[in-house]
Design a protein around this ligand. Sequence first.
Ligand SMILES: [Zn+2]
Length: 603
Amino acid sequence: MKVSLLLFAWLIAACSTISANSSSAPRLENEILRLELSIRDGALSVFDKRTNLTWRQQVEPGFKVVPDSLQVTTNSISCRVSGPGEICDLTIELKGGAAAGFDLTAALPNEHYGTLPAYPFHFVAPDKSWFYVQNTSGEGMLMPLDRPGEINKAYGWSGSQPWWGLTDLKHGLAVRLDTFRNPDTRSGPEESTVYAFPLRLRYDFVTAGGYVALAELYREYFLAAHPEMQPLRDRVADRPPVGMLKDGVYVYLWGENPADDLRLVSEMKTAGIDRGFAVFYGKHPIDRALFDGIKRLGWVAGSYHMPTGNLFRVGRRGWPNAILTGRMPAEKLRRTSDAKGWERICAKFQLPRWLEKAKGMIASYGTQLFYFDTLVVQLAPCLSPDHPSTIEENQAARLKLAQETQELGTVVGSGEGVAPTWALPGLDFYEGAMSLRTYADPNLKIPSGGCDTDLGDGYSSDAAFILDEKRRVPLFQLAFHDYVASTWVWRDTNFQSRPFAWKKDLFNILYGTMPIWHMNRQLWESHKADYLASYRAVASVRSQVGFSRMTGHGWLTPDRSVQYTDWEGGQRVIVNFGPRPYQATERTTVAAKSFVVRATAAR
Ligand SMILES: [Zn+2]
């Protein structure tokens, strides 16, 4: 034992180009950060020289750096870490100068996919008063770390944006995953997200701005990686229907026939619902007269599709991850599935066929919008011997399908389950990005029924998560509001529970996002005044900020019942979720359960 410790010390001295220090731990250092790797337990610690803050990790027992594996250069440490049931080949790279972050690669020898390994350990907040910053299936959450049991799927990457963070509302750490994952989109604490190895992670440290700064970091990274992406407002010249995403309402129509739905949209327009998307699920066939009529009213006409089918067509729920992780042999699934099933779920197979179909629909009806249900959610490898593909290729083909549909001139959206950022370059809107499925998901079975269901007060247990202004934060909108429109999910529209509709509207107003409704004659005639009031309120704000970058978010009262968002045009939207008026300035009062938009200096 003594000999091996001596050997350690010698190795470190021999390999390290960093000057010797009192401890034996290998170090990397630049002007901002000092990283140290513990040989004894494999843990990393990071000292931030700007704030004198030391970040430590949650150490699992039994891990250690394998003695002869350590290599240290000026900018990198690499070694093998072994622990219970896991071997990890680790590379850490810290650039010189004033880089306030570092890169880490974790390779698991002979493993290509798996659930999140115990090592690398996750960093912990310096103090229990901090918050866990979470990207859920859609929007963000700010979870108090003094109640860790309330956080679902912590320290993983199962959400919309593949990063999580820690903050005290000022300082912060963001940990970004840059490699493939197939997210577990179920509500609840269990976590079965599957990752491709090696994992590539990026750690960034900020000293100001809290979660807003962390969201901006991801935005900057993503936009730099996708320079071809245009803001929504710049897409309108080539695809005019995109303009409706700025301030229109997204409406699924459930009438008995095309004439019935056209009459309904016409009445809505006359009543004052000036701008909207009329979207048809396929309850009745659509026809040219319907779409032409909708366009004459100044609305945009579109339809729901599922160009890539449900994964249960080929196997039982969860099979893709079972195949990836080797829990199920591929050959077994091939034996019990049929060729048609593989054709249905394979994006590569469907791509040319879908484009032909889409062109046909555009020619026949003048379709202006396509919504692709779960295109971006139900990822899988294709095991067909005729057209096999990996799950990563499947993801790439799904993105291509969305992008090439945009090139036909139409508005393209997807979602329902998770709003993953990899699909952003192919989408104009996300259904469900406003939702927090990681925490709660109403049990409605639309389209099988329920579009006219009023969940009433029964929604309060879902609302405790979904509409909790104390914990929600607009991480998705802070990053991408000017690049993609967002709605609630169609099983949980603005009016799915009438007692809570006011609060969903206020979140749309605060976040500048698009309302989503189900509509039929009975709903319209019973609640016309509610729809009109809702439409006018949300549109009054979105007509100003609908295509703008969100530049800030925060609260004005300690109980967070009064919140604001700041916008690139200089507007500040103030929303009062509380039961009492709020005096914003000498001259501005925000009524209870209401909002105001203030013009401040342009930013
Ligand atoms: Zn295939």
